[in-house]
Design a protein around this ligand. Structure first.
Ligand SMILES: [Fe+2]
Length: 200
């Protein structure tokens, strides 16, 4: 069985600090690498909540907010075409492009159990916390006639306790990610509902 362990914990080159790419360029990578529209939407949703969190909760400046957004947008870029080498390919691509190591390490830490990279910074902890929960909330919205309209935190909490609903979403990962941040589960769910509903 393929292992996704990256076997390293340091990424990129510190001399590339501040070297980002325009968000449009990240969208072109997405369009080229990710034919699956649902997966692209998932990445756009994670990008939207990451950017919003940076601005609203971390008082991030424009450059920092872009870092958060880029990490969110690209975190699953290689998942569809290179499932056996997921994370490794996009990391190598961003290293080749001399992208800021904080963005690359953030992507590498979005699944500590899979990639073996512990989230340390706030940006790293939040991508881990948002990833599964964002997809779960979207799945819950999709089965409602009014989608996000009127979607309540308590209904998400109830579905999380129903193992058969979106069974592929790891409740364990969600709980582990939450244990690493000071935000409550309720607060995080509300934030995601509020910020990803407009993403198309
Ligand atoms: Fe993801």
């Amino acid at each position: 069985m393929a292992t996704h362990q990256l076997g390293r914990t340091s990424f990129g080159d510190p001399k590339n600090t501040g070297n980002l790419m325009p968000i449009e360029e990240a969208h072109s990578i997405l369009n080229e690498w990710v034919p699956n529209e649902r997966l692209r939407l998932h990445m756009k949703q994670v990008a939207a909540v990451m950017k919003a969190w940076a601005i609203e909760k971390e008082n991030a400046d424009e450059q920092t907010a872009l870092k958060w957004e880029l990490a969110g947008l690209l975190h699953d870029a290689d998942w569809e075409k290179f499932p056996d080498d997921h994370c490794r390919i996009i990391i190598e691509e961003l290293e080749k492009r001399n992208i800021d190591s904080e963005v690359i390490r953030c992507i590498a830490s979005h699944g500590p159990g899979y990639f073996g990279v512990e989230p340390i910074t706030s940006m790293e902890k939040m991508i881990y916390a948002f990833d599964e929960l964002s997809g779960f909330i979207h799945a819950a919205a999709l089965i409602r006639p009014t989608r996000y309209e009127g979607l309540e935190v308590k209904s998400i909490l109830k579905r999380l306790k129903t193992p058969s609903f979106a069974a592929q979403v790891s409740r364990e990962d969600i709980a582990d990610a939450l244990s690493r941040i000071s935000t409550t589960q309720e607060e995080l769910i509300q934030f995601i509902i509020d910020h990803q509903k407009e993403v198309i």
